[in-house]
Design a protein around this ligand. Structure first.
Ligand SMILES: *Cc1c(COP(=O)(O)O)cnc(C)c1O
Length: 409
């Protein structure tokens, strides 16, 4: 009797070539041990042993591949890296302790004092702080531009610009950047295009295929999707990732094996979760538009959204985050939020549970009034990260507060 796949205990990478993202999410990257476990194993060990002093020397010297120490080699973390790299279509991924650690590691590894960064204005608040406060101290200057204004991007480029950094779609107004155009601009300037792909995940958008050099994730959000662990990852060419890996090895903002295992499990259901998030978000966006108490809805899936066509071309779905302005100001926005009973009041996003937040006083509270105005973060703006509950139950939870607002309460 012959055994199937006698030579290899896991699926060789070449077999995965050309497979759909649904398959990669479940199958790519698994490292199966001699125990022939079906589910991915966890390796909660800080160090690894060697068969001899000579082998230890060969591993440390880089002459022999193999595990050394979990700050930079852990099989569970490597399995997660292999899977997300396959899903993003990148040569290599480097997993980190958080999304911010992925951004920091990428910047420190690929920039130096005297370099200049152009960054979209609407990025995650902490990313803003990282560029403006900390990287600036080490001689990396950042200019901020409108995500969707190509002229502003072009005008901000200097001789020493080495990186363009952005998130698309933006948080919370769901503006969409033209990745192919920005990639052309980056290439002409001899700069790297770095895309934080948190909102879309590789299921809805693969920036590397549109010309980006590095993709960043906060794995904390959709990749886990169930609010359990903090983690991050950078994906790109083997050459760029070797630099990021070198920094990680030296500085240590490493992903723990337990978290990597949770993210591996999260990735298995990512494609079906993302489709459920998208379906619910589109239906809620259309429903919100019909409500008297709602002034304006921001979601790229709506046909009147300014970048609807671009999003339809560039993405395989419009995502799970939307925002809307209620009639009134902070008081009305807060009363709507407080009238929900099931939806979680939290600034987190990308969870199977729907979350509601008031950006002006939470996620974007640190912005100056000028910056808020420029970013469209008004007091009557509410953001929803739409989960996978029944959309009818979500409507019901929002309807109570909306009815009160419409009645002028
Ligand atoms: C949350 C988030 C981050 C930071 O990720 P952490 O895992 O919290 O460090 C970066 N970018 C975006 C778009 C985010 O939503």
């Amino acid at each position: 009797m012959t055994h199937r796949r006698e030579e290899h205990l896991w699926i060789p990478e070449s077999d995965l070539d050309g497979m759909s993202i649904d398959t990669l999410a479940v199958r790519a990257g698994q490292i199966r041990t001699g125990q022939l476990e079906h589910s991915d194993p966890i390796f909660p060990t800080s160090s690894f042993v060697y068969g001899s002093a000579a082998q230890a020397a060969a591993r440390f010297g880089g002459d022999e591949p193999g595990n050394i120490y979990s700050r930079f080699t852990n099989p569970t973390v490597q399995a997660f890296e292999g899977r997300i790299a396959a899903m993003e279509g990148g040569e290599r991924a480097v997993a980190t302790a958080s999304g911010m650690a992925a951004i920091l590691s990428t910047c420190i590894a690929l920039l130096k004092a005297g370099d200049h960064v152009v960054c979209s204005r609407g990025v995650f608040g902490t990313t803003n702080v990282l560029f403006q406060k900390y990287l600036a101290r080490f001689g990396v200057e950042t200019s901020f531009v409108s995500l969707t204004d190509m002229e502003e991007w072009r005008g901000a480029i200097r001789d020493n610009t080495r990186m363009l950094f952005l998130e698309t779609p933006s948080n919370p107004l769901c503006e969409v950047a033209d990745l192919a155009a920005l990639s052309d601009l980056a290439r002409a300037a001899d700069a790297l295009l770095v895309v934080d792909n948190c909102f879309c995940t590789p299921v809805l958008q693969r920036p590397l295929s549109q010309g980006a050099d590095v993709v960043i994730h906060s794995a904390t959000k959709y990749l886990d999707g169930q609010g359990r662990c903090v983690g991050g990852v950078a994906v790109g060419s083997a050459k760029l990732m070797e630099e990021v890996y070198g920094f990680l090895r030296s500085a240590g903002p490493t992903m723990s094996p337990f978290n990597a295992w949770v993210f591996l499990k999260g990735l298995e259901t990512l494609p079906i979760r993302m489709r459920a998030h998208c379906d619910n978000a589109l239906e809620l966006a259309q429903w919100l538009e019909q409500q008297d108490a709602v002034e304006e809805v921001f979601y790229a899936g709506l046909s009147h959204h300014p970048q609807h066509e671009l999003a339809a071309r560039q993405q395989d779905g419009f995502g799970g985050v939307l925002s809307f302005r209620v009639r009134g100001g902070r008081e009305q926005a807060w009363s709507l939020i407080d009238a929900t009973r099931m939806i979680s009041i939290t600034a987190n996003l990308g969870d199977v549970k729907t979350t509601i937040t008031h950006p002006a006083t939470t996620t974007h509270g640190r912005l100056s009034d000028d910056d808020k105005a420029r970013a469209g973060i008004t007091e009557n703006l509410v953001r929803l990260s739409v989960g996978i509950e029944s959309v009818e139950d979500l409507k019901q939870d929002l309807a109570r507060g909306l009815a009160a607002l419409a009645a002028g309460a």
